[in-house]
Design a protein around this ligand. Structure first.
Ligand code: PEP
Length: 262
């Protein structure tokens, strides 16, 4: 197999934060910081800010990937409050998160719902950042790799390597999200390595080698260097620390030049 280089990806999940002006200002700052960095950078604002953010970036001639935090798996219909992939495409948005732990464990999305959304997004040629990760009690029972494997197999059921060209995985231990507790670099590497082996089993060695696996969970400027240096950690999905341009910029800088190869 020819060697594969995985460009680091730093993604900011803004969740239900910021007002429209704040989202636009932050996107501009991030885009300026990301310009010329040897890192892929994406931000995920709230649905209602997607259009304004993208228009502002275009008006300023700034390039930044802007994605949605969720999507419906249905093309259209009587689904009050839902947003379809076609609606997102209509805004020029073709990146989406699926399976975020807040959607799994707060909103109550099942593995089947996550699978349907992931398949629909990939079918529509979106880059899909599929989030997986264990709860604290599962980690304490030594079930981290089992939970990740179950979530990966469920979400990718029926998909092949060709369908997963635009797949990114985010390993986000639930106990580390928004808590200030962060996985040790060694624990993150072990979980990523195990997840890549599962990907290899499902999608083949080549696809597993080129699929980026991001770490998420209280990632910030002070711990990014150590985590992102791990061989199977190909970037980060950042919540709280992505809401401030300086801190997020420092994480982008920590990832610069850390392309991993397989
Ligand atoms: C997230 O919600 O994806 C996340 C990683 O949040 P935080 O960085 O705040 O832990």
């Amino acid at each position: 197999m020819p060697p594969v280089q995985r460009t680091p990806l730093i993604a900011g999940n803004w969740k239900m934060n910021l007002d429209c002006a704040g989202a636009v200002a932050l996107a501009r700052d991030v885009a300026r910081h990301a310009a010329g960095a040897r890192v892929d950078v994406a931000v995920f604002p709230a649905f209602v800010h997607l259009d304004a953010v993208q228009r502002a970036l275009r008006a300023d001639g700034l390039a930044l990937t802007v994605g949605a935090q969720d999507c419906s798996d249905a093309p259209n219909g009587a689904l009050t409050g839902e947003v379809s992939l076609a609606m997102l495409q209509d805004l020029g948005c073709n990146w989406v998160l699926t399976g975020h732990s807040e959607r799994r464990h707060v909103i109550g999305e099942s593995d089947d719902v996550v699978a349907a959304k992931t398949a629909a997004a990939l079918r529509a040629s979106f880059t899909c950042v599929l989030c997986i990760g264990e709860k604290l009690e599962q980690r304490e029972r030594g079930e981290t790799d089992t939970v990740n494997e179950r979530q990966l197999r469920a979400a990718l059921k029926g998909l092949d390597a060709q369908a997963c060209t635009n797949l990114v995985i985010a390993y986000e231990p639930v106990w580390a999200i928004g808590t200030g507790r962060v996985a040790s670099a060694a624990d993150a590497q072990a979980a990523h390595h195990a997840a890549r082996r599962v990907l290899s089993d499902i999608l083949g060695r080549e696809t597993a080698a080129r699929t980026r696996i991001l770490y998420g969970g209280s990632l910030k400027a002070s711990n990014a260097g150590e985590l992102l240096a791990m061989a199977d950690v190909d970037g980060g999905l950042v919540g709280g620390a992505s809401l401030e341009a300086g801190g997020f910029g420092a994480i982008i800088d920590a990832a610069a030049g850390l392309a991993h190869s397989a």
